[in-house]
Design a protein around this ligand. Structure first.
Ligand code: NAI
Ligand code: MG
Length: 497
Protein backbone atom coordinates (compact mmCIF):
# COMPACT_ATOMS: atom_id res chain seq x y z
CA UNK A 1 0.00 0.00 0.00
CA UNK A 2 1.52 3.25 -1.06
CA UNK A 3 -0.32 5.91 0.88
CA UNK A 4 1.13 8.77 -1.16
CA UNK A 5 -0.05 7.50 -4.48
CA UNK A 6 -3.30 9.17 -5.55
CA UNK A 7 -5.46 6.68 -7.38
CA UNK A 8 -8.82 7.32 -8.94
CA UNK A 9 -11.57 4.77 -8.33
CA UNK A 10 -11.71 2.96 -11.65
CA UNK A 11 -14.81 0.83 -11.28
CA UNK A 12 -17.93 0.88 -9.18
CA UNK A 13 -17.97 -2.87 -8.97
CA UNK A 14 -15.28 -5.51 -9.22
CA UNK A 15 -15.54 -9.23 -9.50
CA UNK A 16 -13.70 -11.20 -6.87
CA UNK A 17 -13.99 -15.00 -6.56
CA UNK A 18 -16.93 -14.79 -8.94
CA UNK A 19 -18.82 -12.32 -6.75
CA UNK A 20 -19.71 -8.76 -7.60
CA UNK A 21 -18.33 -6.41 -4.96
CA UNK A 22 -19.18 -2.74 -4.82
CA UNK A 23 -16.04 -0.66 -4.35
CA UNK A 24 -17.97 2.35 -3.08
CA UNK A 25 -18.98 3.28 0.46
CA UNK A 26 -22.42 2.31 1.74
CA UNK A 27 -24.01 5.42 3.23
CA UNK A 28 -27.70 5.98 3.95
CA UNK A 29 -28.57 2.88 1.96
CA UNK A 30 -26.84 4.20 -1.16
CA UNK A 31 -23.53 3.48 -2.77
CA UNK A 32 -21.37 6.61 -2.62
CA UNK A 33 -18.15 7.06 -4.60
CA UNK A 34 -15.04 9.02 -3.57
CA UNK A 35 -12.65 11.12 -5.62
CA UNK A 36 -9.77 8.81 -4.68
CA UNK A 37 -9.15 5.15 -4.13
CA UNK A 38 -6.71 2.76 -2.48
CA UNK A 39 -5.43 -0.52 -3.78
CA UNK A 40 -6.51 -3.79 -2.25
CA UNK A 41 -4.39 -6.88 -2.81
CA UNK A 42 -4.44 -10.54 -1.83
CA UNK A 43 -1.81 -11.74 0.64
CA UNK A 44 -1.93 -15.18 -0.99
CA UNK A 45 0.04 -14.12 -4.04
CA UNK A 46 0.10 -10.32 -3.97
CA UNK A 47 -2.43 -10.14 -6.79
CA UNK A 48 -4.45 -6.98 -7.35
CA UNK A 49 -8.06 -7.29 -6.18
CA UNK A 50 -9.31 -3.83 -6.99
CA UNK A 51 -9.31 -0.13 -6.28
CA UNK A 52 -11.53 0.72 -3.34
CA UNK A 53 -13.07 4.12 -2.59
CA UNK A 54 -10.97 6.03 -0.11
CA UNK A 55 -13.04 8.03 2.35
CA UNK A 56 -12.23 11.44 3.74
CA UNK A 57 -13.82 13.93 6.13
CA UNK A 58 -16.59 14.39 3.55
CA UNK A 59 -17.67 10.73 3.61
CA UNK A 60 -17.33 10.62 7.40
CA UNK A 61 -19.69 13.59 7.69
CA UNK A 62 -22.15 12.05 5.22
CA UNK A 63 -22.17 8.75 7.09
CA UNK A 64 -22.67 10.36 10.50
CA UNK A 65 -25.52 12.48 9.12
CA UNK A 66 -27.19 9.40 7.58
CA UNK A 67 -26.79 7.32 10.74
CA UNK A 68 -28.07 10.17 12.89
CA UNK A 69 -31.13 10.58 10.68
CA UNK A 70 -31.92 6.86 10.79
CA UNK A 71 -31.49 6.61 14.56
CA UNK A 72 -34.91 7.68 15.97
CA UNK A 73 -36.98 5.20 13.96
CA UNK A 74 -34.48 2.35 14.46
CA UNK A 75 -34.50 3.04 18.19
CA UNK A 76 -38.31 3.16 18.19
CA UNK A 77 -38.59 -0.31 16.61
CA UNK A 78 -37.63 -1.89 19.94
CA UNK A 79 -35.70 -5.14 20.46
CA UNK A 80 -38.38 -7.32 18.81
CA UNK A 81 -38.79 -5.17 15.71
CA UNK A 82 -35.04 -4.90 15.27
CA UNK A 83 -34.64 -8.57 16.10
CA UNK A 84 -36.82 -9.69 13.19
CA UNK A 85 -34.58 -7.86 10.72
CA UNK A 86 -31.38 -8.97 12.43
CA UNK A 87 -32.46 -12.62 12.41
CA UNK A 88 -33.15 -12.29 8.68
CA UNK A 89 -29.65 -10.84 8.30
CA UNK A 90 -28.17 -13.80 10.19
CA UNK A 91 -30.01 -16.15 7.81
CA UNK A 92 -28.64 -14.29 4.80
CA UNK A 93 -25.12 -14.65 6.19
CA UNK A 94 -25.75 -18.38 6.54
CA UNK A 95 -27.00 -18.58 2.95
CA UNK A 96 -23.81 -16.83 1.80
CA UNK A 97 -21.22 -18.63 3.91
CA UNK A 98 -19.33 -19.97 0.91
CA UNK A 99 -19.11 -16.55 -0.78
CA UNK A 100 -18.10 -14.81 2.44
CA UNK A 101 -15.49 -17.46 3.18
CA UNK A 102 -13.96 -17.18 -0.30
CA UNK A 103 -13.94 -13.39 -0.14
CA UNK A 104 -12.37 -13.21 3.31
CA UNK A 105 -9.69 -15.76 2.41
CA UNK A 106 -8.62 -14.02 -0.77
CA UNK A 107 -8.55 -10.68 1.04
CA UNK A 108 -6.82 -11.57 4.32
CA UNK A 109 -5.14 -14.94 3.68
CA UNK A 110 -6.70 -16.85 6.58
CA UNK A 111 -7.66 -20.48 6.02
CA UNK A 112 -10.63 -21.07 3.72
CA UNK A 113 -11.70 -24.18 5.61
CA UNK A 114 -11.88 -22.33 8.91
CA UNK A 115 -13.78 -19.46 7.31
CA UNK A 116 -16.25 -21.99 5.91
CA UNK A 117 -16.69 -24.16 8.95
CA UNK A 118 -15.93 -21.91 11.88
CA UNK A 119 -15.68 -18.21 11.25
CA UNK A 120 -18.60 -17.40 8.94
CA UNK A 121 -21.10 -19.55 10.85
CA UNK A 122 -19.97 -17.56 13.89
CA UNK A 123 -20.62 -14.31 12.05
CA UNK A 124 -24.25 -15.39 11.70
CA UNK A 125 -24.26 -16.54 15.32
CA UNK A 126 -22.91 -13.18 16.53
CA UNK A 127 -25.83 -11.36 14.93
CA UNK A 128 -28.44 -13.88 16.05
CA UNK A 129 -27.08 -14.14 19.59
CA UNK A 130 -27.20 -10.41 20.32
CA UNK A 131 -30.59 -9.94 18.63
CA UNK A 132 -32.05 -12.71 20.81
CA UNK A 133 -30.23 -11.51 23.92
CA UNK A 134 -31.81 -8.07 23.56
CA UNK A 135 -35.25 -9.67 23.30
CA UNK A 136 -34.99 -12.37 25.96
CA UNK A 137 -32.18 -11.68 28.40
CA UNK A 138 -31.61 -7.97 28.64
CA UNK A 139 -33.57 -7.29 31.77
CA UNK A 140 -33.04 -6.56 35.39
CA UNK A 141 -35.64 -7.29 38.06
CA UNK A 142 -37.27 -4.17 39.50
CA UNK A 143 -36.39 -3.46 43.11
CA UNK A 144 -37.81 -1.27 45.82
CA UNK A 145 -36.28 1.61 47.73
CA UNK A 146 -38.56 2.79 50.58
CA UNK A 147 -41.60 1.94 48.45
CA UNK A 148 -40.12 3.43 45.27
CA UNK A 149 -39.59 1.11 42.29
CA UNK A 150 -36.28 1.12 40.40
CA UNK A 151 -36.80 0.12 36.77
CA UNK A 152 -33.62 -0.50 34.84
CA UNK A 153 -33.53 -0.29 31.06
CA UNK A 154 -30.99 -0.34 28.25
CA UNK A 155 -31.93 2.48 25.89
CA UNK A 156 -30.46 3.10 22.41
CA UNK A 157 -27.66 5.65 22.60
CA UNK A 158 -27.14 7.02 19.07
CA UNK A 159 -24.52 6.54 16.36
CA UNK A 160 -21.84 3.93 17.06
CA UNK A 161 -18.57 4.12 15.12
CA UNK A 162 -16.90 0.72 14.78
CA UNK A 163 -13.25 0.53 13.73
CA UNK A 164 -12.02 -2.96 13.00
CA UNK A 165 -8.78 -4.78 12.10
CA UNK A 166 -7.78 -7.13 9.32
CA UNK A 167 -6.96 -10.34 11.16
CA UNK A 168 -10.58 -11.59 11.38
CA UNK A 169 -12.46 -8.84 9.56
CA UNK A 170 -16.13 -9.81 9.54
CA UNK A 171 -15.96 -11.94 12.65
CA UNK A 172 -14.59 -9.10 14.81
CA UNK A 173 -16.86 -6.54 13.13
CA UNK A 174 -20.00 -8.55 13.97
CA UNK A 175 -19.02 -8.81 17.65
CA UNK A 176 -19.69 -5.08 17.53
CA UNK A 177 -22.36 -4.76 14.83
CA UNK A 178 -24.56 -7.42 16.51
CA UNK A 179 -24.94 -5.76 19.92
CA UNK A 180 -24.82 -2.18 18.58
CA UNK A 181 -27.75 -2.75 16.19
CA UNK A 182 -29.63 -4.91 18.69
CA UNK A 183 -29.25 -2.16 21.28
CA UNK A 184 -30.91 0.26 18.87
CA UNK A 185 -27.85 2.22 17.85
CA UNK A 186 -27.16 2.99 14.22
CA UNK A 187 -23.74 1.97 12.97
CA UNK A 188 -20.84 3.18 10.87
CA UNK A 189 -18.30 0.46 10.19
CA UNK A 190 -14.79 1.41 9.07
CA UNK A 191 -13.13 -1.86 8.03
CA UNK A 192 -9.34 -2.15 7.90
CA UNK A 193 -7.87 -0.91 4.63
CA UNK A 194 -6.15 -4.23 3.94
CA UNK A 195 -9.45 -6.15 4.09
CA UNK A 196 -12.44 -4.15 2.86
CA UNK A 197 -14.27 -6.81 0.80
CA UNK A 198 -16.37 -8.75 3.31
CA UNK A 199 -17.76 -5.52 4.82
CA UNK A 200 -18.93 -4.29 1.41
CA UNK A 201 -20.65 -7.59 0.67
CA UNK A 202 -22.16 -7.61 4.16
CA UNK A 203 -23.62 -4.15 3.49
CA UNK A 204 -25.52 -5.65 0.54
CA UNK A 205 -26.87 -8.34 2.86
CA UNK A 206 -28.15 -5.72 5.32
CA UNK A 207 -30.05 -4.12 2.44
CA UNK A 208 -31.51 -7.48 1.41
CA UNK A 209 -32.52 -8.16 5.01
CA UNK A 210 -34.55 -4.96 4.99
CA UNK A 211 -32.45 -3.08 7.52
CA UNK A 212 -33.60 0.52 6.92
CA UNK A 213 -31.33 2.92 5.04
CA UNK A 214 -28.81 4.68 7.26
CA UNK A 215 -29.01 2.12 10.09
CA UNK A 216 -25.87 0.36 8.89
CA UNK A 217 -23.18 2.21 6.95
CA UNK A 218 -19.73 1.27 5.69
CA UNK A 219 -17.04 3.84 5.08
CA UNK A 220 -13.78 2.62 3.60
CA UNK A 221 -10.33 4.09 3.73
CA UNK A 222 -7.29 4.70 5.86
CA UNK A 223 -7.38 4.98 9.61
CA UNK A 224 -5.50 8.26 9.66
CA UNK A 225 -7.94 9.80 7.17
CA UNK A 226 -11.55 8.69 7.37
CA UNK A 227 -11.05 6.71 10.61
CA UNK A 228 -9.72 9.78 12.38
CA UNK A 229 -12.57 11.92 10.97
CA UNK A 230 -15.18 9.47 12.25
CA UNK A 231 -13.85 9.10 15.79
CA UNK A 232 -13.46 12.88 16.18
CA UNK A 233 -17.03 13.56 15.09
CA UNK A 234 -19.09 15.38 17.75
CA UNK A 235 -22.36 13.68 16.71
CA UNK A 236 -21.39 10.12 17.55
CA UNK A 237 -22.36 8.35 20.76
CA UNK A 238 -19.93 5.42 20.93
CA UNK A 239 -16.55 4.32 19.55
CA UNK A 240 -15.66 0.65 19.54
CA UNK A 241 -12.18 -0.22 18.32
CA UNK A 242 -10.16 -3.40 17.91
CA UNK A 243 -6.54 -2.95 16.91
CA UNK A 244 -3.19 -1.81 18.20
CA UNK A 245 -2.28 0.08 21.37
CA UNK A 246 -0.71 3.11 19.59
CA UNK A 247 -3.85 3.61 17.47
CA UNK A 248 -6.05 3.23 20.57
CA UNK A 249 -4.14 6.09 22.21
CA UNK A 250 -4.72 8.34 19.20
CA UNK A 251 -8.44 7.45 19.19
CA UNK A 252 -8.74 8.01 22.95
CA UNK A 253 -7.27 11.50 22.61
CA UNK A 254 -9.73 12.31 19.89
CA UNK A 255 -12.66 10.83 21.84
CA UNK A 256 -11.66 12.93 24.86
CA UNK A 257 -12.64 16.15 23.10
CA UNK A 258 -16.27 15.03 22.93
CA UNK A 259 -16.12 12.67 25.92
CA UNK A 260 -17.29 9.89 23.60
CA UNK A 261 -17.31 6.54 25.44
CA UNK A 262 -14.83 4.05 24.03
CA UNK A 263 -14.55 0.28 24.07
CA UNK A 264 -11.08 -1.00 23.16
CA UNK A 265 -9.97 -4.52 22.40
CA UNK A 266 -6.22 -4.24 21.89
CA UNK A 267 -3.26 -6.46 21.53
CA UNK A 268 -1.65 -9.01 23.75
CA UNK A 269 1.49 -10.90 24.60
CA UNK A 270 -0.33 -13.64 26.37
CA UNK A 271 1.48 -16.31 28.36
CA UNK A 272 0.98 -20.04 27.95
CA UNK A 273 2.04 -21.36 31.35
CA UNK A 274 2.95 -25.04 31.55
CA UNK A 275 3.24 -26.21 35.17
CA UNK A 276 5.47 -29.11 36.20
CA UNK A 277 2.47 -31.43 36.63
CA UNK A 278 1.05 -30.68 33.15
CA UNK A 279 0.13 -33.30 30.58
CA UNK A 280 3.01 -32.55 28.21
CA UNK A 281 1.23 -33.74 25.07
CA UNK A 282 -1.72 -31.50 25.81
CA UNK A 283 0.63 -28.60 26.56
CA UNK A 284 2.47 -29.10 23.27
CA UNK A 285 -0.79 -29.32 21.35
CA UNK A 286 -2.04 -26.07 22.90
CA UNK A 287 1.30 -24.32 22.38
CA UNK A 288 1.45 -25.27 18.69
CA UNK A 289 -2.09 -23.89 18.25
CA UNK A 290 -0.66 -20.47 19.01
CA UNK A 291 0.62 -20.39 15.41
CA UNK A 292 -2.97 -20.42 14.15
CA UNK A 293 -3.89 -17.72 11.62
CA UNK A 294 -0.13 -17.33 11.07
CA UNK A 295 0.10 -15.79 14.54
CA UNK A 296 -2.17 -12.90 13.62
CA UNK A 297 -4.42 -13.37 16.63
CA UNK A 298 -4.72 -10.82 19.41
CA UNK A 299 -5.11 -13.39 22.17
CA UNK A 300 -2.40 -15.75 20.98
CA UNK A 301 -0.28 -17.19 23.83
CA UNK A 302 3.06 -16.23 22.36
CA UNK A 303 5.12 -16.55 25.53
CA UNK A 304 5.39 -20.23 26.35
CA UNK A 305 6.51 -20.49 29.99
CA UNK A 306 7.51 -24.04 30.94
CA UNK A 307 8.70 -25.51 34.25
CA UNK A 308 12.43 -26.19 33.94
CA UNK A 309 12.10 -29.87 34.85
CA UNK A 310 9.93 -30.60 31.83
CA UNK A 311 11.30 -27.96 29.47
CA UNK A 312 13.59 -30.30 27.51
CA UNK A 313 10.88 -32.89 26.97
CA UNK A 314 8.43 -30.16 26.04
CA UNK A 315 10.82 -28.46 23.61
CA UNK A 316 11.62 -31.72 21.87
CA UNK A 317 7.97 -32.59 21.26
CA UNK A 318 7.10 -29.01 20.38
CA UNK A 319 9.85 -28.82 17.77
CA UNK A 320 8.74 -32.06 16.21
CA UNK A 321 5.14 -30.82 15.92
CA UNK A 322 6.04 -27.32 14.79
CA UNK A 323 8.19 -28.66 11.98
CA UNK A 324 5.26 -30.72 10.73
CA UNK A 325 3.02 -27.69 10.29
CA UNK A 326 1.92 -27.41 6.68
CA UNK A 327 2.31 -23.90 5.39
CA UNK A 328 0.83 -22.91 2.06
CA UNK A 329 -2.07 -21.52 0.09
CA UNK A 330 -4.90 -20.92 2.58
CA UNK A 331 -7.38 -22.27 0.04
CA UNK A 332 -5.84 -25.77 0.20
CA UNK A 333 -7.62 -28.09 2.59
CA UNK A 334 -4.31 -29.42 3.97
CA UNK A 335 -2.80 -26.03 4.77
CA UNK A 336 -2.48 -25.17 8.45
CA UNK A 337 -0.78 -21.78 8.20
CA UNK A 338 -1.05 -19.20 5.43
CA UNK A 339 0.72 -15.93 4.69
CA UNK A 340 1.07 -12.69 6.62
CA UNK A 341 -1.54 -10.11 5.68
CA UNK A 342 0.58 -7.54 3.82
CA UNK A 343 4.15 -6.69 2.86
CA UNK A 344 4.27 -3.94 5.48
CA UNK A 345 3.23 -6.38 8.19
CA UNK A 346 5.51 -9.15 6.88
CA UNK A 347 8.46 -6.76 7.07
CA UNK A 348 7.48 -5.84 10.62
CA UNK A 349 7.37 -9.50 11.71
CA UNK A 350 10.64 -10.27 9.94
CA UNK A 351 12.20 -7.19 11.54
CA UNK A 352 11.43 -8.55 15.03
CA UNK A 353 13.02 -11.89 14.21
CA UNK A 354 16.05 -10.37 12.45
CA UNK A 355 16.77 -8.11 15.42
CA UNK A 356 16.42 -11.05 17.81
CA UNK A 357 18.94 -12.97 15.70
CA UNK A 358 21.34 -10.03 15.61
CA UNK A 359 21.24 -9.84 19.39
CA UNK A 360 22.19 -13.51 19.59
CA UNK A 361 18.82 -15.12 20.35
CA UNK A 362 18.64 -18.87 19.96
CA UNK A 363 16.11 -19.63 17.24
CA UNK A 364 15.36 -23.34 17.22
CA UNK A 365 12.45 -23.48 14.77
CA UNK A 366 11.93 -21.37 11.64
CA UNK A 367 13.27 -17.85 11.95
CA UNK A 368 12.97 -16.91 8.31
CA UNK A 369 10.58 -16.49 5.39
CA UNK A 370 9.41 -19.69 3.75
CA UNK A 371 11.40 -19.34 0.56
CA UNK A 372 9.69 -22.38 -1.01
CA UNK A 373 6.49 -20.36 -1.06
CA UNK A 374 7.97 -16.89 -1.46
CA UNK A 375 5.85 -13.78 -0.99
CA UNK A 376 4.44 -13.16 2.46
CA UNK A 377 4.91 -16.60 4.02
CA UNK A 378 6.96 -16.60 7.23
CA UNK A 379 7.92 -19.89 8.85
CA UNK A 380 6.56 -20.82 12.27
CA UNK A 381 9.33 -19.67 14.60
CA UNK A 382 10.42 -20.51 18.14
CA UNK A 383 12.91 -18.40 20.08
CA UNK A 384 14.49 -20.34 22.98
CA UNK A 385 15.27 -18.57 26.28
CA UNK A 386 15.36 -15.02 24.93
CA UNK A 387 16.54 -12.15 27.11
CA UNK A 388 13.40 -11.45 29.19
CA UNK A 389 13.74 -7.71 28.61
CA UNK A 390 14.11 -7.99 24.82
CA UNK A 391 11.37 -6.74 22.49
CA UNK A 392 10.60 -10.24 21.20
CA UNK A 393 9.38 -11.02 24.75
CA UNK A 394 7.69 -7.73 25.56
CA UNK A 395 6.15 -6.54 22.26
CA UNK A 396 3.29 -7.95 20.22
CA UNK A 397 4.81 -9.40 17.03
CA UNK A 398 1.46 -10.56 15.56
CA UNK A 399 3.17 -13.22 13.48
CA UNK A 400 4.02 -16.92 13.85
CA UNK A 401 6.71 -16.18 16.41
CA UNK A 402 6.71 -17.79 19.87
CA UNK A 403 9.20 -17.55 22.74
CA UNK A 404 9.98 -20.33 25.20
CA UNK A 405 11.15 -19.41 28.70
CA UNK A 406 11.55 -21.54 31.80
CA UNK A 407 10.69 -21.08 35.47
CA UNK A 408 11.36 -22.89 38.75
CA UNK A 409 8.33 -22.14 40.96
CA UNK A 410 4.65 -21.28 40.52
CA UNK A 411 5.38 -17.84 41.97
CA UNK A 412 8.05 -17.23 39.37
CA UNK A 413 5.69 -18.41 36.61
CA UNK A 414 3.00 -16.00 37.82
CA UNK A 415 5.46 -13.09 37.95
CA UNK A 416 6.71 -13.85 34.44
CA UNK A 417 3.19 -14.31 33.10
CA UNK A 418 2.16 -10.92 34.49
CA UNK A 419 5.33 -9.10 33.48
CA UNK A 420 4.19 -7.40 30.25
CA UNK A 421 2.03 -4.33 29.77
CA UNK A 422 -0.69 -6.56 28.27
CA UNK A 423 -3.40 -8.69 29.88
CA UNK A 424 -5.71 -10.04 27.20
CA UNK A 425 -5.56 -13.77 27.87
CA UNK A 426 -3.53 -16.51 29.52
CA UNK A 427 -3.37 -20.23 28.97
CA UNK A 428 -2.57 -22.45 31.93
CA UNK A 429 -1.70 -26.13 31.62
CA UNK A 430 -1.70 -28.19 34.81
CA UNK A 431 -2.65 -31.66 36.00
CA UNK A 432 -3.87 -30.49 39.39
CA UNK A 433 -7.16 -28.66 39.82
CA UNK A 434 -6.42 -26.96 43.13
CA UNK A 435 -3.04 -25.78 41.92
CA UNK A 436 -4.44 -24.56 38.60
CA UNK A 437 -7.14 -22.66 40.45
CA UNK A 438 -4.55 -21.02 42.73
CA UNK A 439 -2.35 -19.96 39.81
CA UNK A 440 -5.27 -18.86 37.59
CA UNK A 441 -6.44 -16.55 40.37
CA UNK A 442 -3.10 -14.72 40.28
CA UNK A 443 -2.92 -14.30 36.50
CA UNK A 444 -3.89 -10.82 35.32
CA UNK A 445 -5.89 -11.16 32.09
CA UNK A 446 -9.44 -10.86 30.77
CA UNK A 447 -9.66 -14.56 29.90
CA UNK A 448 -7.80 -17.51 31.44
CA UNK A 449 -8.01 -20.81 29.58
CA UNK A 450 -7.15 -23.78 31.78
CA UNK A 451 -6.06 -26.85 29.78
CA UNK A 452 -7.78 -25.40 26.72
CA UNK A 453 -7.66 -22.53 24.25
CA UNK A 454 -10.11 -20.38 22.27
CA UNK A 455 -13.29 -21.58 23.94
CA UNK A 456 -15.45 -18.49 23.52
CA UNK A 457 -19.05 -18.24 24.60
CA UNK A 458 -20.85 -15.02 23.66
CA UNK A 459 -22.50 -14.97 27.09
CA UNK A 460 -19.09 -14.56 28.70
CA UNK A 461 -17.15 -11.30 29.04
CA UNK A 462 -14.23 -10.87 26.67
CA UNK A 463 -11.67 -8.08 26.82
CA UNK A 464 -8.33 -7.03 28.11
CA UNK A 465 -6.75 -6.01 31.38
CA UNK A 466 -3.95 -3.43 31.54
CA UNK A 467 -3.02 -2.14 28.04
CA UNK A 468 -5.00 -4.89 26.32
CA UNK A 469 -8.20 -2.94 26.43
CA UNK A 470 -10.97 -0.96 28.00
CA UNK A 471 -14.29 -2.67 28.67
CA UNK A 472 -15.68 -6.11 27.95
CA UNK A 473 -17.73 -7.54 25.08
CA UNK A 474 -20.30 -10.35 25.40
CA UNK A 475 -23.75 -10.79 26.98
CA UNK A 476 -24.88 -7.81 29.03
CA UNK A 477 -21.37 -6.34 28.96
CA UNK A 478 -21.83 -5.45 25.28
CA UNK A 479 -25.16 -3.78 25.95
CA UNK A 480 -23.80 -1.91 28.97
CA UNK A 481 -21.50 -0.23 26.46
CA UNK A 482 -23.67 0.31 23.38
CA UNK A 483 -26.84 1.25 25.27
CA UNK A 484 -27.59 4.07 27.64
CA UNK A 485 -28.30 2.25 30.88
CA UNK A 486 -31.13 4.01 32.64
CA UNK A 487 -32.81 3.76 36.01
CA UNK A 488 -36.36 5.07 36.28
CA UNK A 489 -37.38 5.53 39.93
CA UNK A 490 -41.16 5.52 40.38
CA UNK A 491 -42.64 6.91 43.56
CA UNK A 492 -45.66 5.33 45.29
CA UNK A 493 -47.07 8.87 45.79
CA UNK A 494 -48.81 11.43 43.60
CA UNK A 495 -50.92 9.13 41.39
CA UNK A 496 -54.42 10.31 40.63
CA UNK A 497 -56.00 7.23 39.12
P1 NAI B 1 -4.15 -0.44 13.62
O1 NAI B 1 -4.50 -0.45 15.07
O2 NAI B 1 -3.41 0.74 13.12
O3 NAI B 1 -5.48 -0.56 12.73
C1 NAI B 1 -6.69 -1.12 13.13
C2 NAI B 1 -7.84 -0.27 12.58
O4 NAI B 1 -7.73 1.07 13.06
C3 NAI B 1 -7.84 -0.15 11.04
O5 NAI B 1 -9.18 -0.17 10.59
C4 NAI B 1 -7.24 1.22 10.81
O6 NAI B 1 -7.62 1.80 9.60
C5 NAI B 1 -7.80 2.00 11.97
N1 NAI B 1 -7.06 3.20 12.35
C6 NAI B 1 -5.74 3.43 12.28
N2 NAI B 1 -5.44 4.67 12.71
C7 NAI B 1 -6.61 5.26 13.06
C8 NAI B 1 -6.96 6.54 13.57
N3 NAI B 1 -6.05 7.47 13.81
N4 NAI B 1 -8.26 6.80 13.82
C9 NAI B 1 -9.20 5.87 13.60
N5 NAI B 1 -8.93 4.65 13.10
C10 NAI B 1 -7.64 4.33 12.84
O7 NAI B 1 -3.40 -1.79 13.32
P2 NAI B 1 -2.43 -2.17 12.09
O8 NAI B 1 -1.57 -1.02 11.72
O9 NAI B 1 -3.26 -2.77 11.04
O10 NAI B 1 -1.54 -3.31 12.78
C11 NAI B 1 -0.43 -2.97 13.58
C12 NAI B 1 -0.30 -3.89 14.76
O11 NAI B 1 -1.45 -3.77 15.60
C13 NAI B 1 -0.25 -5.36 14.46
O12 NAI B 1 0.99 -5.78 14.06
C14 NAI B 1 -0.68 -5.94 15.79
O13 NAI B 1 0.41 -5.96 16.68
C15 NAI B 1 -1.72 -4.98 16.27
N6 NAI B 1 -3.09 -5.40 15.95
C16 NAI B 1 -3.86 -5.97 16.90
C17 NAI B 1 -5.12 -6.44 16.59
C18 NAI B 1 -6.00 -7.06 17.59
O14 NAI B 1 -6.79 -7.94 17.23
N7 NAI B 1 -6.00 -6.66 18.83
C19 NAI B 1 -5.65 -6.37 15.24
C20 NAI B 1 -4.78 -5.69 14.31
C21 NAI B 1 -3.56 -5.25 14.67
MG1 MG C 1 -6.59 -7.43 1.06
Amino acid sequence: MNKDEVRKPALNTIEVVGTKIDTRHYIGGQRVASAEAFTNTSPIDGSFLGDICRGTQLEADLAVAAAKKAFPSWAALGPKGRGELLLRLAELVEENIETLAQLETIDNGSLLRSHRRGVMPRVAMNIRFFAEWAINELQHPDFETRGHTNKISWDPSGVAVLITPWNAPLMLATWKIGPALAAGDTVILKPAEWTPLSASFFADLTKQAGIPDGVFNVVQGFGKEVGAALVAHPDIARISFTGSVPTAKVIARSAADNLTPVSFELGGKSPCVVLEDADIDLAVELAVEQYDNAGQVCLSGTRILVHENIADAFALKFKEKALQIIQGDPRDEATQIGPQIHQVHFDRVKGFVDRAKESGANIVVGGEPNTDLGGLYFRPTLVMNPDPTSEIVTSEVFGPVLCLQTFKTDEEAIAMANSTEFGLAAILVSGNKARAERVAKELVAGTIWVNCFFVRDLRAPFGGSKKSGIGREGGNWSFDFYADVKNTVVSPNGWKE
